[in-house]
Write a protein that binds this ligand. Structure first.
Ligand code: BTN
Length: 259
């Protein structure tokens, strides 16, 4: 079976290009964006050989895992674009819930990860650039469908290990429809309050102890909420810290090896 858009995505005139194998769908999407592609265009593969994640980390994606990116023209500024990842998280969670048929539950880890059983199942990387027509973004999403990397700072898991029998193509089709839905709710940042509410309902670790690592700096406290700009609010001894970037750990992972 090949990659295909869902009905809602097709009705909203999304387009798709799929690859037997690709270095990085984000890199390929950025290349096209710089050659005036403004989307909405999906790029998808089940065999990515040189994927990257946030903070220039490698993203390992063996054959059978889903790697895809969407190019979207944005009618917002960089601050607005910074909230798009929460809509992407909701789209991924919606698609995963649909293909798993309730066999597992998923949560969203700030800023842009999807967890299952407390381990990382998927990640999101947003790369936004100014173009002559305004900002445009590449939203890359990777899901461990058949295999998860070992020895990562945060434990990882795959859909296969969860006992969910699906494939990258089926998940992708569900994701394209879920993306069309949540991108519309996000509404170029104007709908972030609704996105924020839904994201918090699915948030991992809300109200519990949390640790944020920013290089050598470690912030310990309680995960209070995310604010109107999507920053993580950590409280400790009655004081709140607003966190714009960092690696988040909960529970047992807090005392595990540093990232
Ligand atoms: C992260 O968790 O650090 C983000 C991972 C994002 C991986 C996806 S896979 C598809 C797209 N292409 C890439 O090179 N990266 C993103």
């Amino acid at each position: 079976m090949g990659f295909a858009l869902g009905l809602r995505a097709r009705a909203a005139e999304y387009r798709l290009v799929s690859f037997e194998s690709a270095g990085s769908t984000n890199a390929e999407a950025l290349k096209r964006m710089r050659m005036d592609e403004r989307g909405p265009l999906w790029l998808a593969t089940a065999h990515q050989t040189a994927g990257h994640g946030r903070r220039q980390r490698a993203w390992i994606s063996p054959p059978g895992n889903l790697a895809c990116s969407i190019i979207e023209a944005l009618k917002t500024d960089h601050a607005g674009a910074a909230t798009l990842g929460f809509a992407a998280g909701l789209a991924l969670e919606t698609a995963l819930r649909q293909v798993s048929g309730g066999a597992a539950s998923f949560s969203l880890k700030w800023p842009n990860d999807v967890l299952a059983n407390g381990a990382k199942l998927g990640g999101i990387l947003i790369e936004a650039e100014a173009t002559p027509d305004g900002l445009a973004a590449v939203v890359g999403m990777g899901v461990n469908v058949v295999a998860a990397p070992e020895g990562t700072p945060y434990p990882a898991i795959s859909l296969q290990a969860l006992g969910i029998a699906t494939d990258a193509e089926t998940l992708f089709t569900a994701l394209t429809d879920a993306w069309a839905e949540w991108f519309e709710v996000w509404d170029h940042g104007r709908g972030f309050e609704a996105i924020r509410t839904q994201w918090l309902i699915r948030a991992a670790g809300l109200g519990a102890p949390i640790q944020v690592r920013q290089g050598d700096r470690v912030i310990d406290g309680v995960f209070e909420t995310i604010d109107e700009a999507g920053r993580l609010i950590v409280s400790r001894n009655g004081e709140s810290t607003k966190v714009a970037a960092g690696d988040v750990y909960f529970g047992a992972a807090m005392s595990a090896g540093a990232a």
